[in-house]
Write a protein of this length. Structure first.
Length: 135
């Protein structure tokens, strides 16, 4: 994680958030547990949940590392991503619209629709570790 954050830092990034699959998170927790100087535990007020915080030396304080249930944990698909959140933007492609579905008895069914996208303005400012195995 430290080398990955260093690569992003050398390319001009300032890594301040990380996420990985649950197996990688458990491995990182086990490996770092003996090295108390590399991690801190506690509630992260900014994100609202407990996260492993890694001190890399290439960011302001510790980087929260959060497990994601949406990343694959099988074989070489295990991965971790360290992001500089200042270069990520959310854009609206289509404003929210109201669509009527049906009227049954005394209920009106509808849904709200909105199209958005996430844009990274500087890919080299971020870093990833992919293809990790169970070793």
């Amino acid at each position: 994680f430290v080398d990955s954050a260093k690569l992003a830092y050398e390319d001009g990034g300032y890594v301040n958030f990380g996420f990985c699959d649950t197996v990688t998170y458990a491995k990182a927790l086990k490996l770092i547990n003996a090295k108390v100087s590399l991690r801190e535990f506690g509630q992260s007020q900014e994100y609202g949940f407990t996260a492993l915080k890694i001190n890399t030396g290439f960011s302001n304080g510790a980087i929260p590392l959060v497990p994601s249930r949406f990343l694959s944990t099988t074989g070489a698909a295990q991965s971790a991503y360290l992001l500089d959140l200042s270069v990520w933007e959310k854009r609206v492609l289509q404003d929210m619209t109201y669509e009527t579905l049906a009227k049954t008895k005394d209920s009106d069914e509808f849904f709200l629709k909105k199209y958005m996208c996430l844009i990274c303005m500087a890919v080299p400012f971020n870093s990833s570790i992919t293809g990790m195995t169970n070793n």
